[in-house]
Design a protein around this ligand. Structure first.
Ligand code: GLN
Length: 614
């Protein structure tokens, strides 16, 4: 008998359970005792938590057991220092070189006295001194609020641990005074030391650590609360220093063996971050000789190897960036064209090429697209962004470069469905002045296609142009009718004029007449299920709409709106029924003409579907 699904854990959970069992016997190392209060923790506590950037949390063992964060706080307070002072000021005070020395070494750069990096105590105390706030309480609140935002819940301080370190932390106090001696800390170092001891005594559990790591992996936004914990531009410096310095004098081996930006603390916690994917928290308070959790290091090494997480083993793009590629020869806008225009577009279509893109755009994914554009012959390139999730700064710069190339060649670049502000926010600033006029943003792919057609047909936008009235005999519907028959038909038609914007046919109305456009343009519009509208087609003089009235009757399935001033003829269904009996040749010719235009539309749609699937 099989187990019910709820009793059968996910493969990830099962993996962590097994891992926890397997490593529970590893009891190497000793808990830290130099802070007296730390010596009291249960040495064999052991938790592993893995949190994804979309907020899924897998936990095993002592995942909710509270302990002090200690040095795991350092990258986060460094992030606060960056936010409060900017990079330049922080870089002046704290270096970015690994030391190869233990965490509590009094290692300052010869000459400047600058601590070598913010992950050793000296650099962390200097970072604490850079936290903004006019009072000690305000600076502490700033740190607690930020750490809480990273964890996604309010954190507090373990008072006993804080006092224990405050009363015994003479070495750190010495470092504080050295920093003052070199002018890295202004004035009395005691407030900065007090803040540092408190930040180290912040109480967390293993789950908090995994979520803090996942927040770093997620560009600074907590995966579950959605709250931003740090400005995204500071994630990179934080993770860089975690990579090179996060595990003290084990950092080189750590990158080699585990390959994840990480930070350890003498409380027994380790965080590890795989940018864009996940965060790991491990708790096991027995430390190795370098002050890193002995079992934590071993577990992280195993997880990284088993799940293939080393950051130098980056994921390959999972989908091709070009989802569909076609020219205007095979796919057109929903604007219906006269036969002459259609022939012109058949000939000119290859000059405009569309690339529907998908996925995230960065150097590796955009470069092949640019290569294809450059190799192609089109003079108009449409890039559609509907399915693009993210465009990084490098890709935006490459697009600006493409625009410059278009400008030099006299080509055009159409960017459709870009969601400006969200995607490509920085593009405008990157465009060279001569490239600005060759870039056109279009809100819909259909609008982009129509824009290309206008260019190819060299027709300016017709909106607002004075409608020219097409004689009835010249319309498609009357093809094959004698002059007499046209006259007889005309006698049965009703003529009407509509202002631009007027609703000529409304969805749900009875379909009781067919319309023939004598002048102006109309658009057929349907409501989309999720709200919003979509243009099905745009028609101009000589074209017919509402033809279902003569064939199926029933109700109108779409709205038809006048895009310009409109002049049209209508033929009522009941009048047509009478024509069928009294003038069968005339009626048959009308039906024949309707059918031939319908079959042309079907032919075009078939070619479009084939191009989109190809
Ligand atoms: N509070 C501890 C200290 O300064 C933090 C050290 C650590 O976690 N590596 O000694």
């Amino acid at each position: 008998m099989s187990l019910p699904p709820s009793a059968t854990p996910s493969p990830i959970q099962a993996y962590l359970d097994t891992l926890h069992r397997e490593f529970s016997g590893l009891t190497a190392g000793e808990v830290a005792t130099y802070i007296p209060e730390l010596a009291k923790v249960a040495p064999d506590g052991f938790g592993i938590v893995l949190a994804t950037v979309d907020g899924q949390v897998y936990e095993v063992g002592d995942a909710r057991h509270a302990f002090s964060i200690q040095s795991v706080s350092k990258p986060f307070v460094y992030g606060i220092a960056l936010e409060d002072n900017g990079r330049a000021r922080v870089e002046q005070a704290i270096g970015m070189e690994p030391t190869g020395d233990p965490f509590n070494a009094i290692s300052l750069e010869p000459g400047t006295g600058r601590p070598l990096n913010p992950m050793i105590n000296a650099g962390a105390i200097a970072a604490a001194a850079l936290v903004a706030g006019t009072t000690e309480a305000a600076r502490l609140a700033r740190v607690l609020d930020a750490l809480s935002a990273f964890a996604g819940r309010p954190l507090d301080i373990d008072q006993a641990i804080f006092e224990s370190e405050r009363d015994t932390g003479h070495r750190n106090r010495a470092i504080g005074h050295m920093l003052r001696n070199y002018g890295i800390v202004d004035g009395d170092p005691e407030p900065a030391l007090g803040l540092y001891f408190r930040q180290c005594a912040v109480r967390v559990d293993c789950r908090d650590l995994a979520l803090m790591a996942a927040t770093l992996a997620n560009g600074g936004v907590h995966p579950a609360t959605g709250q931003r914990a740090v400005r995204s531009e500071f994630i990179e410096p934080m993770l860089s220093l975690m990579t090179t310095c996060g595990m003290y004098d084990y950092s080189g081996s750590w990158v080699y063996n585990v390959g994840l930006p990480a930070k350890s603390g003498v409380g027994g916690g380790i965080i590890a971050v795989l940018p864009g994917q996940l965060g790991i928290g491990v708790y096991s308070p027995r430390l190795d000789e370098r002050g890193n959790s002995a079992r934590g290091v071993a577990v992280c090494r195993r997880i990284s190897a088993d799940l293939g997480l080393h950051f130098l083993q980056p994921p390959r793009p999972s989908v091709a960036t070009v989802r569909a590629r076609y020219t205007l020869q095979s796919v057109r806008s929903k604007r219906r064209r006269t036969a002459a225009e259609g022939r012109q577009l058949d000939a000119l279509g290859p000059q405009a090429e569309v690339f529907e893109l998908q996925g995230d755009l960065r150097f590796a994914t955009l470069e092949p697209v640019l290569r294809a554009v450059v190799a192609g012959a089109a003079q108009i390139t449409v890039l559609d962004f509907k399915r693009v999730g993210h465009v990084d700064g490098g890709a935006a710069r490459m697009l600006a470069g493409l625009a410059s190339r278009c400008a030099a060649l006299g080509h055009q670049l159409v960017l459709s469905r870009v969601r400006r502000g969200e995607l490509l926010a920085g593009l405008d600033a990157m465009l060279a002045p001569q490239a600005i006029p060759v870039v056109s943003f279009q809100p819909a792919l259909d609008a982009a296609l129509e824009w290309c057609e206008r260019r190819l047909l060299a027709r300016p936008a017709d909106r607002g142009a004075l409608p020219v009235v097409l004689p009835l005999a010249d319309s498609r519907l009357c093809r094959g009718l004698t002059a007499d028959e046209v006259g007889q038909l005309q006698a049965q038609l009703h003529r009407s004029q509509h202002e631009s914007g007027a609703l000529i046919v409304q969805r749900g109305d009875p379909a009781d007449a067919i319309y023939l456009l004598a002048a102006g343009e109309v658009s057929v519009i349907v409501d989309l299920p999720g709200g919003g509208h979509k243009r099905l087609s745009t028609l101009s003089a000589g074209m017919v709409f509402g033809e279902s009235a003569l064939i199926a009757g029933g109700q109108r399935s779409a709205d038809v709106r006048a895009d310009t001033a409109v002049d049209c003829w209508s033929l009522r269904a009941e009048v047509f029924e009478r024509l069928k009996l009294e003038q069968p040749r005339l009626a048959i010719t009308l039906l024949h003409n309707l059918l031939s235009s319908a079959s042309e539309t079907i032919g075009r749609l078939t070619a479009e579907v084939a191009a989109l699937e190809g």
